[in-house]
Design a protein around this ligand. Structure first.
Ligand code: URA
Length: 288
């Protein structure tokens, strides 16, 4: 009972301090970190004076140090564990005969480190019989809390984008490349993506859409196996899977579009997003 009181007091302290979400499971010793950083700076002081570190503009909002450390810890998975996770994900995904079965295996899959820090498995939403399937990157904080893809601010913009071409959540199916929120909303690592790839590939096979829309560069580059950025890929039709082999039939026409979160930061690009949406609408009319 005394412990419960202590935990509640600690939680209240965190809430008062503005700490309102869990981003890691292991404590981080900040004192040890800053001592090491000071020691390293002392050792490298001479070199630094000659060559100042290049400044790097982060492509995402800066992540708090705590998130970065927790994220790195979660992302550092030994090779053997990674391989086992990939083999297991492949076997489980291949054995899922329908969407409820796929959801069940993903719900029970504990080998992806992201699952440990996420609150929920965000599987998918919308109409699984829809002709259009949208694939984003990974759940954010709102999606993690509600267990549904694209329900936060970027999801609201996505809804408006869909509405502009006569679509809504009843006429599309929406999911993400990763079903678990990366801590602190950091970009998923290549290991995490590779580990979870069999799930999203099977997801696409089971939904079997007529058109795929990759929402943002991460799902587009990963699933199309390309190294281009979204600016080069957006608005172009590709074939999924990229090698053209589709166990359940023809290759699926696939278009990458700007991620709504990116459009919220770069509203001038909405003009291009509108052009892409019109192309999707036209293609959809062709196949109706
Ligand atoms: N961003 C994504 O890519 N997916 C979501 O579900 C939410 C935000």
């Amino acid at each position: 009972m005394e412990h419960t009181g202590n935990y509640l007091a600690a939680l209240n302290f965190y809430i008062d301090a503005g700490v309102d979400e869990v981003i890691g499971t292991a404590p981080v010793d900040r004192f040890a970190e800053s001592q090491m950083a000071a020691a390293a700076a002392g050792a490298g002081a001479g070199v630094e004076a000659l060559s100042p570190a290049p400044s790097r503009a982060p492509s995402r909002p800066a992540v708090a140090p705590a998130a970065t450390t927790a994220a790195t810890a979660a992302a550092t998975v030994p090779l053997q564990a990674r391989t086992e996770a990939e083999i297991s994900a492949r076997a489980l995904a291949a054995g899922a005969v329908d969407l409820p079965a796929l959801r069940a295996v993903m719900d029970n899959f504990d080998l992806c480190p992201l699952k440990k820090t996420a609150a929920t498995t965000v599987f998918g939403a919308g109409n699984p019989a829809a002709k259009v399937m949208l694939i984003g990157e990974a759940p954010g904080a709102d999606e993690d809390r509600q267990g549904q893809p694209f329900v936060g601010v970027s999801g609201q913009l996505l809804d408006r984008m869909l509405a502009s071409i006569g679509l809504d959540r009843g006429s599309v199916y929406i999911t993400n490349m990763l079903a678990w929120r990366p801590p602190g909303n950091r970009k998923p690592t290549i290991e995490e993506t590779t580990m979870c790839l069999p799930f999203i590939r099977r997801h696409v096979e089971l939904v079997a859409p007529r058109i795929l829309v990759f929402v943002g560069g991460t799902s587009a580059a990963t699933l199309l196996e390309r190294r281009d950025g979204i600016t080069r890929m957006r608005g172009r039709w590709f074939e999924y899977p990229p090698d053209g082999s589709n166990v359940s039939g023809d290759a699926i026409p696939a278009m990458p579009i700007f991620h709504p979160a990116y459009l919220l930061r770069q509203p001038a690009l909405k003009r291009l997003a509108w052009i892409d949406l019109l192309a999707i609408k036209a293609r959809l009319q062709d196949i109706n």
